[in-house]
Design a binder for this molecule. Structure first.
Ligand SMILES: [Zn+2]
Length: 113
């Protein structure tokens, strides 16, 4: 499962950070997840419980911050919101969009002890 390896990656980052910033417990993790990141949130939450068992993030909460899809339109020179990566511009109908937001998958904030 793809989400499982994402969880493992996050946990690895937390373990590294715990050494740098000197904390022992992670209580909450806020994640920025873009609309195009291709992440199944339910699977991610489930994976998180499994992966963090008996680690510094045991019983921690995963807080998801949804980032909408955004693109820069070369047709009308404006930033537009899109639901799918290959959508045409909702303003002028141009297919020449450059995705500028929605691919995020990163740790935004931590609550630690
Ligand atoms: Zn446009």
């Amino acid at each position: 499962m793809h989400e499982m390896s994402i969880c493992e990656g996050i946990l690895l980052t937390l373990e590294e950070q715990s050494k740098v910033q000197n904390f022992n417990r992670v209580k909450k993790v806020w994640l920025d997840i873009g609309a195009f990141a291709g992440v199944d949130i339910q699977a991610l939450q489930f994976g998180w419980e499994v992966v963090t068992r008996n680690t510094l993030a045991h019983d921690s909460q995963l807080m998801i911050n949804d980032i909408p899809g955004q693109a820069w339109c070369l047709g009308c020179s404006s930033t537009v919101n899109i639901n799918n990566r290959y959508d045409d511009c909702p303003v002028c109908g141009s297919p020449r969009l450059q995705v500028t937001g929605g691919e995020e998958l990163k740790i935004k904030e931590l609550e630690v002890d």
